[in-house]
Design a protein around this ligand. Structure first.
Ligand SMILES: [Zn+2]
Length: 118
């Protein structure tokens, strides 16, 4: 189900996410995520740039913070590189419920709690 959502995001970034998914944005944490309104599954989108449709892009600074790169200072080819790569899906239940995270690359530490992941 989550993989179907990801496939949709990659194939039709201009469109609203299909039922039962809902795109949400937490203004406080500046985190973009998707919520399954049927079963409550949460998918956090950590791609550095997300196409929101209508010519709007969401610039995600959280990924840069996680990987220790300061935002705005990396050369443009990094963005280009991430745009070309297929994102990966990471999942964790360290916060008490199952949360999926869409990321541009694999990480060694959980983005939510910082624990080492194998
Ligand atoms: Zn964690």
């Amino acid at each position: 189900m989550v993989y179907a959502l990801l496939a949709f995001l990659l194939r039709c970034p201009e469109h609203s996410v299909p039922y039962p998914w809902e795109r949400c944005y937490n203004v406080m944490t500046k985190v973009l995520y998707y919520k399954n309104i049927d079963d409550g599954t949460m998918v956090i989108d950590l791609r550095p740039r997300v196409n929101l449709g209508g010519g709007l892009d969401h610039e995600n600074s959280m990924w840069n913070q996680l990987t220790g790169q300061s935002s705005g200072r990396q050369p443009p080819f990094c963005d280009y590189q991430y745009d070309q790569n297929s994102p990966v899906i990471f999942y964790t239940n360290c916060l008490g419920c199952l949360i999926y995270i869409i990321m541009p690359d694999l990480v060694q530490f959980c983005p939510l709690c910082g624990q080492f992941v194998s």
